[in-house]
Ligand binder design. Structure first.
Ligand code: BJ8
Length: 437
């Protein structure tokens, strides 16, 4: 792949040696974690291919779109409304990163006790290894947690095209009005960037494309309620992760295709794990490529992940946008209503999320919840305590795991997860054990 795309990466200003090293580590990790699983659905071949070309063919496609006059918008948060971006035929890509990179350089700009997700995003920019950042015509930052909000002030000095979106922190009428104002301001900014005026027809089309993507993931999620589970949690997470990079229409088709296959598995009572495998609901911070450490540990410990209460998961794709409005303003209002329901821990208070975790646990027929907090993530680490309390009061076994992107704590987490899986008292599944070595 490197040979074919080297000139493109050079033109984007990537550091070819550092980028090659990153791709090698990623490729090896992917092989060890994903390709070593047994009994994967055939439909995963498509997602394997996307991953193998995530810095290659997909970037080439984006370059071609740009040549044809279309724009690429990069984002770090699921609050950035993709419908508005699609309404101008532009493409939204996720820029969050899930691996440490250029840590020394990052820590010259950000305090050491900044969460890995923010540090990693900076590391990928400073280390010149992310073709998505470099191909973005606009990068959208958002005022969510303090770490992101303040770090965007520094990011603004590193990129030429940062747009900062203000977001509410309370689910009040004033919060709703703030979000509405910000989405209208964003619409104008996107129109200014692209030269395309968004009308009702365009916006409805954008809503349709994004809703279809969500519906396909909803379908996949529903299938994970079956016992035996027809797909490993790692693969389902990967599909969610790919949704942030892939062409949305092709992605939707590919998810629906794998769902057809999974439906047959469910009908025939087949799956990667035998019936009775302990079922874990993951809850907490978003997990972006290539942050697979905790899910890998969980599934290696003889459990299967049946759902993710996360922005790379159900929190991000949960509700559809109502497309029944005739006028542009009605459709914009529907977009605001849809996004205002996102129960990110940056909101205070945030009772909806506590209810949602419990609801997901019931819907996905869980046997336990593992709460994942990134170290130094105040919103999710602080909220993990009420989450644990509410779950334990309902008799739901809960384990809180706070970690970062390093591999230093793998053994320690493994010991805790294995004990938890044993505690939830179900039979373990030998088919779920696969090795990283
Ligand atoms: S809507 S979860 S994508 S803000 S892990 S950077 S919160 S300190 S990512 Fe998020 Fe939007 Fe919310 Fe979702 Fe801060 Fe925590 Fe780091 Fe985080």
């Amino acid at each position: 792949m490197a040979h074919d795309y080297e000139q493109m990466w050079k033109d984007l200003g990537l550091d070819l040696a550092a980028h090659d090293a990153l791709l090698q580590v990623l490729g090896k990790g992917y092989e060890d974690i994903f390709l070593s699983q047994s009994d994967r659905p055939q439909g995963m071949d498509y997602f394997n291919f996307v991953m193998s070309e995530v810095h290659g063919l997909r970037i080439k496609e984006l370059m071609e779109e740009k040549k044809a006059g279309r724009k690429v918008i990069g984002s770090y948060c699921v609050f950035v409304p993709e419908e508005i971006v699609r309404a101008t035929d532009s493409t939204l890509v996720g820029l969050c990163a899930g691996a440490d990179f250029a840590t020394e350089e990052v820590e010259r700009l950000l305090p050491r006790n900044t969460c890995s997700l923010i540090k990693s995003a900076f590391g990928f920019k400073l280390g010149k290894v992310c073709p998505y950042v470099e191909s973005s015509d606009m990068i959208v930052g958002e005022n969510t947690c303090d770490g992101k909000k303040k770090s965007y002030e520094i990011l603004d000095t590193l990129v030429p095209n940062l747009y900062v979106m203000d977001l509410p922190q309370m689910k009040s009428n004033e919060g709703h009005a703030l979000l509405k104002g910000e989405y209208f301001r964003f619409k104008e900014a996107i129109e200014g960037l692209t030269g395309v005026t968004i009308d009702a027809t365009r916006l409805r089309k954008g809503i349709e494309i994004v809703n279809n993507k969500r519906k396909a993931i909803h379908r996949l999620s529903e299938l994970r309620r079956a016992d035996p589970v027809p797909i490993f949690g790692l693969d389902a997470l990967l599909i969610n992760q790919v949704s942030f990079y892939d062409d949305p229409i092709r992605f939707t088709e590919s998810v629906n295709k794998i769902c057809d296959e999974l439906e047959v598995r469910v009908r025939e009572g087949k799956g990667g794990c035998p019936q009775g495998t302990p079922r874990i609901l993951l809850s907490g911070c978003p997990m972006v490529v290539p942050n697979w450490k905790l899910p890998w540990i969980i599934e290696q410990s003889g459990a299967v992940i049946v759902g993710e209460e996360s922005c790379v998961g159900e929190r991000g794709i949960r509700n559809l946008t109502d497309d029944s409005g005739a006028a542009l303003d009605e459709l914009m209002e529907a977009i605001v209503d849809r996004y205002f329901k996102i129960d990110c821990a940056v909101f205070t208070p945030n009772p909806d999320r506590l209810e949602h975790v419990k609801q997901m646990y019931a819907d996905y027929r869980g046997n336990g919840v593992i709460h994942y907090g990134l170290q130094f993530c105040q919103p999710y680490q602080i909220e993990s305590l009420p989450v644990e309390k509410v779950l334990e009061e309902s008799g739901i076994p809960t384990l809180r795991v706070d970690t970062d992107y390093s591999m230093e704590d793998v053994e320690q987490i493994k010991t805790r997860v294995e004990a938890f899986v044993e505690r939830i008292g179900m039979s373990t599944c030998s088919a779920c054990h696969f090795s990283l070595s």
